[in-house]
Write a protein that binds this ligand. Structure first.
Ligand SMILES: Cc1cc2nc3c(=O)[nH]c(=O)nc-3n(C[C@H](O)[C@H](O)[C@H](O)COP(=O)(O)O)c2cc1C
Length: 329
């Protein structure tokens, strides 16, 4: 049978659109809030932010929310390409103050040649907060991830120089302490752990101990995930994603870049863990801007990149909201 794009556009839109949105919703989001909703209009899909899911204490400006939605937007574009559609994206068509973040227009096309691998990377990607192995991540690998982010309009800086690394780690630790001492932020975070079968972060993916070494800290601890190989000296790479400005469009772009580099890392066997606390806390964000970026650009997101031990058990996947909760027609 010959593929007639016109016929396909008319006869299969609903299933294809559902599939694209399902893949898009596998994207990472802060505390697994999944702060998005999708609306199909003809052959295009509108992405809205769901501000009811914004973290009022940790993320009052909506930066993490927009980055999360940007990651979902990138997932949607990759899935569309893999499933045989060309996606054309109009970002913020109604301006910054609208919840409408993007409209994705779809036209039938040949599926991307590496379609199977792309979709597999989306399914495989997840946040693994267990300790990395002692294998260093070569600088070229980190540079390549930064280039991948740049292809999607994001700017990622490899934090390589030892002095800057130490400064960054100290700021990560300071942000952690600041938020731990802030009852509003701490309570809010608690509310997203083991929240429901459709959102939040289950304790089975949270390390049991809250590591004291600064370079291992993530915001979550006290979960059920145990680590037998504690004696290993872990190493990692650090990437700081930044924007020319600190606004919704720039955050959306950073989210797309974050997703792109994360899928690329996943395909290459690397693990990525976002560290947004140092950005959420104003004092440490400003220090990152001045001491690490030398005033060039606005810090949006910090990520650790490393190798997980081969043969380690697979982590359960975090839940997602059902399609009928997030998609309207
Ligand atoms: C904007 C953003 C900020 C995040 N911040 C953190 C963080 O500070 N610490 C952390 O451990 N995970 C962080 N994450 C990862 C989320 O917790 C994770 O994506 C979510 O729980 C869904 O799980 P999954 O990535 O395994 O699908 C962040 C993710 C995004 C998109």
């Amino acid at each position: 049978m010959t593929a007639d794009p016109t016929v396909r556009t008319m006869s299969r839109p609903r299933r294809a659109l559902q599939e694209i949105v399902t893949y898009a919703c596998m994207a990472p989001s802060v505390h697994n809030t999944q702060p998005w909703s999708w609306h199909v209009d003809g052959d295009s899909i509108a992405l809205h932010s769901d501000t009811r899911r914004q973290l009022a204490h940790a993320d009052p400006s909506g930066r993490d929310l927009a980055i999360s939605c940007g990651a979902a937007l990138h997932h949607a574009q990759v899935a569309a390409g893999a499933l045989g559609w060309t996606a054309t994206v109009d970002r913020l068509p109604e301006g910054e103050d609208s919840t409408l973040l993007a409209v994705i227009g779809l036209t039938a096309a040949a599926p991307a040649p590496d379609a199977i691998d792309l979709l597999q990377s989306i399914r495989d990607r997840h946040t693994d907060r267990r300790r990395f192995t002692s294998w260093p991540v070569p600088k070229e690998r980190l540079d390549h991830l930064a280039e991948v982010a740049a292809e999607w309009g994001a700017d990622a800086v490899v934090v390589h120089e030892p002095g800057k690394r130490v400064r960054t780690e100290l700021l990560v630790g300071r942000a952690f302490d600041r938020q731990a001492a802030d009852p509003g932020v701490a309570e809010e975070q608690k509310g997203w752990v083991n929240r429901s079968a459709r959102d939040g972060v289950p304790d089975v993916v949270i390390p049991a101990d809250l590591p004291t070494e600064t370079h291992r800290r993530t915001r979550f601890g006290g979960g059920l995930l145990t680590e037998p190989d504690r004696e290993l000296e872990a190493t990692d790479g650090l990437l700081l994603l930044r924007g020319g400005s600190d606004d919704v469009l720039a955050w959306l772009r950073t989210g797309e870049g974050l997703s792109a580099l994360w899928l690329q890392a996943t395909a290459g066997g690397l693990s990525v863990v976002p560290l947004s606390q140092a950005i959420e806390v104003e004092e440490t964000r400003e220090r990152l801007r001045s001491d690490v970026l030398h005033g060039l650009g606005a810090p949006h997101m910090l990520v650790r990149v490393g190798w997980q031990a081969i043969g380690r058990g697979l982590l359960p996947r975090t839940p997602r909201r059902p399609l009928e909760d997030v998609l309207t027609w």
